[in-house]
Design a protein around this ligand. Structure first.
Ligand code: SAH
Ligand code: SF4
Length: 367
């Protein structure tokens, strides 16, 4: 390979880009389909062990590997923690530059869902979120997002070869719409029917409310599901929990959601982390119902997972039930998200934070 001084990841490429890469090196681009199948359908991490026709084999030997033009994204497993109910596994994965990210495999009711990270850290600073508390480190490349799905598929295959990952949620570390282009590239790769073939309607993007990103999703006719993390039904209430709401105020966000719903005809899922005394009063629920009036909206209530940097506690069961009842009474489907193994530090960013804290304890160095 010439003209490519910086090694790049083959997992960053969609199929047209892979064809281009081969053609650029004088290899017939129809070999791209074979390589794509091996990379994405089979999920291979070692191309040396795979069977290829000689022209493709020669290109791979010449171009792929440490110190060559292309590498494969195959993050290293640092830690794997199963939940006590055995239905959730959380992985802490180390990227090439040493950054660690979290991926979760959930297996409820026979449906297997992977939750992936889109950034190392997050710039949005939601006060109750472990990822927000660590600040922004960097965006993930498309291949680093795709590789998390591959990791989960491999684990699932190891448990039972007949089982398949069916759903993908972008609810791990980071804000997907703050890393829009890489996320869209990754979703194009994982939904390609010649590879992992996840159905676009089974992919959910969760956003803190990045208004330009929501508008772009509608304009570009992206086929994925949209979840918006709201957590407050007045500007003041929301701003206390979600600093990003100063940049994209609630009124603007709801306007963008209404436009999105009108343009796409799709339901929007609103996520709400219930925090005792902060955002769980009947008045807040009534105001939320008014805010969503006329929209095709589903409200997902999430119990607060405790994090080191936030003193709030989860709502009492009776407050949570009352909150749900008010929304239902107003005609909105409103469900509780299962708490997925709080015993394995399941909230996004909590495993990485816990790891850091253990290190701090060992060395006695704080911060
Ligand atoms: N950045 C995106 C997606 C990642 S966070 C977003 O904010 O939507 C995924 C979901 O987990 C969000 O709804 C977020 O509010 C919620 N969350 C984060 N930390 C939490 C915690 N400690 N307890 C409960 N929910 C939390
Ligand atoms: Fe970022 Fe989402 Fe955490 Fe907010 S809740 S800090 S947007 S990851």
């Amino acid at each position: 390979m010439t003209g490519n001084p910086q090694p790049s990841s083959l997992h960053d490429l969609d199929l047209p880009a892979l064809r281009e890469a081969l053609a650029g090196d004088g290899v017939n681009p129809h070999h791209a389909a074979t390589l794509w199948r091996v990379l994405h359908r089979e999920g291979a991490t070692n191309l040396a062990a795979c069977d290829f026709l000689p022209p493709l084999r020669r290109w791979i030997d010449r171009s792929v590997g440490e110190g060559k033009a292309w590498f494969l994204d195959a993050p290293e497993l640092v830690e794997e923690i199963p939940s006590s109910d055995g239905l959730t596994r959380k992985f802490l994965l180390r990227l090439r530059d040493g950054q660690t990210i979290e991926t979760v495999l959930m297996g409820y009711e026979g449906r297997h869902t992977v939750c992936v990270s889109t950034q190392a850290g997050c710039a949005m600073g939601c006060v109750f979120c472990a990822t927000g508390q660590m600040g922004f480190v960097r965006h993930l490349r498309p291949g680093e997002i795709v590789a998390q799905v591959h990791h989960a598929r491999r684990v699932l295959r190891g448990i039972d070869p007949a089982k398949r990952v069916r759903n993908l949620v972008l609810m791990g570390m980071g804000e997907p719409l703050h890393n829009y282009d890489s996320v869209m590239r990754a979703l194009g790769i994982v939904s390609d029917t010649r590879g992992i073939a996840l159905g676009p309607a089974r992919i959910a993007i969760s956003t803190v409310g990045v208004v330009p990103g929501i508008r772009r999703l509608a304009e570009e006719g992206r086929p994925y599901r949209l979840a918006v993390s709201l957590h407050g039904s007045s500007e003041e209430e929301r701003a206390a929990l979600v600093p990003a709401s100063k940049r994209w105020p609630l009124a603007e966000l709801i306007g963008a959601c209404r436009d999105y719903g009108r343009a796409t005809g799709k339901r929007i899922f609103f996520e709400w982390t219930l925090i005792e005394g902060e955002n769980d009063s009947p008045a807040t629920a009534t105001r939320l119902a008014a805010l969503l009036a006329g929209m095709d909206a589903h409200v997902n209530l999430i119990p607060l997972n405790p994090t080191g940097g936030y003193g709030g506690i989860e709502s009492r069961p009776e407050s949570a039930r009352r909150f749900q009842a008010i929304l239902r009474e107003a005609g909105f489907p409103c469900t509780f998200r299962q708490r997925r193994g709080i015993d394995v530090a399941a909230g996004c960013g909590m495993l990485r934070a816990a790891k850091r804290d253990r290190r701090v304890e060992k060395t006695g160095v704080a911060g």
